[in-house]
Design a protein around this ligand. Structure first.
Ligand code: FE2
Length: 407
């Protein structure tokens, strides 16, 4: 901490052997002055999913998504309420939880929302400072700051409410000069993968988490942008309005907020008026309210990642061949690191802006309901979110929506 605008690796990034130059490219990390931040956020801590069957979901993330099991909590170590599996890939930590006891609060959550993200946990250097700021700015504090301790040390946590039934747990892993040394949080025991990777499988399929999109109700987007600005000191990144991302049927508005170092980026969507039901409306109906729509996983080799995922049966949204043959698009995207034919074969989308380009692809919904899904993204200078692809993408989503009878 010798300069005003310093940038350090997080513990999770260091453990994953990532370096700062890689992260600037992977997720568009920028330098900023943490001392002037009212609510300093270091980065993502963990994304917590509630699912109908955590045992099987944990297997899926290992077998299909190449993640490593690192920790576990369940009846075998005194947690009679639920099973929780902690999975890692690069600097990303996913926690999947499923009820064991029929009386678990996770049952009601899952009944209402299906599989989804219940907690976007963020690592912060000072939980108490964040909660003072959150209260001053009128946020709902769900958990006051408190210590969790076991034989590996102490973690200090608190939680605030965000859209719908989603929360941000704030996790401080450096307490009183010591860093917590356990595999996740106190109460979790170390675990190793039950799945043996196939010969020749890549070491990992993604290195970092780029952004998480939240879907909120009509008219609520600016309210939540204001929440992240006022409560958490997030800055506005880019703005998309109305016509930009409308097809004949589907339309939405989207604004993007980010924390100071841009590790944490939250695009927020609301439905816009269109001829027929927007994909955001479909999400809100089936998730029973606002929630996390998609998580963008950053890779430095999207071709290998997508090939490996397809080989394991992961399904992606289709993109019409016309997308790649369109002369306007070809002119707009210019030169990218691989021939367009390679992208066309894999249905990977390209977008370019003044800073560079990005390659991206979207999966079909992960669970039974048409709600949460993943994006795989490879950035080359562009700090955007694929605005130019929204129309092509929406038309593809709508073809799927029509098959489900929800258009
Ligand atoms: Fe995205």
């Amino acid at each position: 901490m010798t300069t005003d605008t310093h940038l350090d690796l997080t513990d999770q990034e260091r453990e994953a052997n990532l370096d700062l130059e890689q992260l600037k490219q992977l997720v568009g990390l920028v330098e900023y002055d943490e001392n002037k931040d009212v609510f300093p956020v270091t980065g993502w801590d963990a994304i917590v999913f509630v699912v109908g069957n955590a045992t099987q979901t944990a297997h899926y993330y290992q077998s299909a998504w190449g993640m490593d099991l690192v920790a576990y909590s369940g009846p075998e170590n005194g947690n009679r309420d639920h099973k929780a599996f902690v999975l890692k890939s690069g600097s990303i930590r996913f926690v999947v939880k499923g009820a064991v006891s029929p009386d678990s609060p996770l049952v009601a959550h899952h009944t209402a929302h299906g599989d989804g993200v219940v907690d976007i946990a963020l690592e912060v250097p000072d939980v108490d400072r964040c909660i003072v700021q959150a209260k001053k700015a009128g946020a709902t504090v769900l958990e006051e700051p408190h210590d969790l301790t076991d034989e590996h040390g102490t973690v200090r946590v608190a939680a605030i409410a965000t859209y719908g039934e989603t929360r941000h747990t704030l996790v401080q892993r450096h307490v009183g000069g010591h860093v917590y040394a356990g595999p996740y949080l106190p109460g979790y025991q170390p675990a190793t993968s039950t799945f043996v990777k196939r010969d020749g499988a890549p070491k990992r399929l993604f290195q970092a988490l780029d952004h998480i999109v939240g879907n909120v109700e009509l008219g609520k987007m600016d309210e939540w942008v204001g929440f992240y600005n006022k409560v958490m000191g997030f800055v506005n990144m880019a703005e998309f309005i109305g016509d930009d991302i409308a097809t004949d049927y589907s339309a939405l508005m989207s604004k993007v907020v980010a924390n100071g170092n841009h590790r944490v980026k939250f695009p927020l969507n609301e439905p816009a008026i269109a001829k027929r039901k927007s994909q955001i409306d479909e999400y809100l109906e089936f998730y029973r309210g606002p929630g996390a729509q998609h998580l963008a996983l950053a890779t430095n080799d999207i071709l290998t990642t997508v090939d490996a995922l397809r080989a394991e049966g992961v399904e992606f949204l289709d993109t019409p061949d016309s997308y790649y043959d369109d002369p306007e698009l070809r002119a707009r995207i210019g030169e990218v690191r691989v021939p367009i034919e390679e992208l066309k074969r894999r249905k990977i989308l390209v977008d370019r802006d003044e800073d560079g380009y990005l390659l991206q692809i979207f999966t079909k919904p992960l669970g039974d309901r048409p709600t949460v899904f993943f994006e795989v993204i490879e950035r080359h200078g562009s700090l955007g979110f694929g605005k130019g692809n929204f129309k092509a993408l929406f038309e593809s989503i709508e073809r799927e929506q029509e098959k489900r009878g929800n258009l």
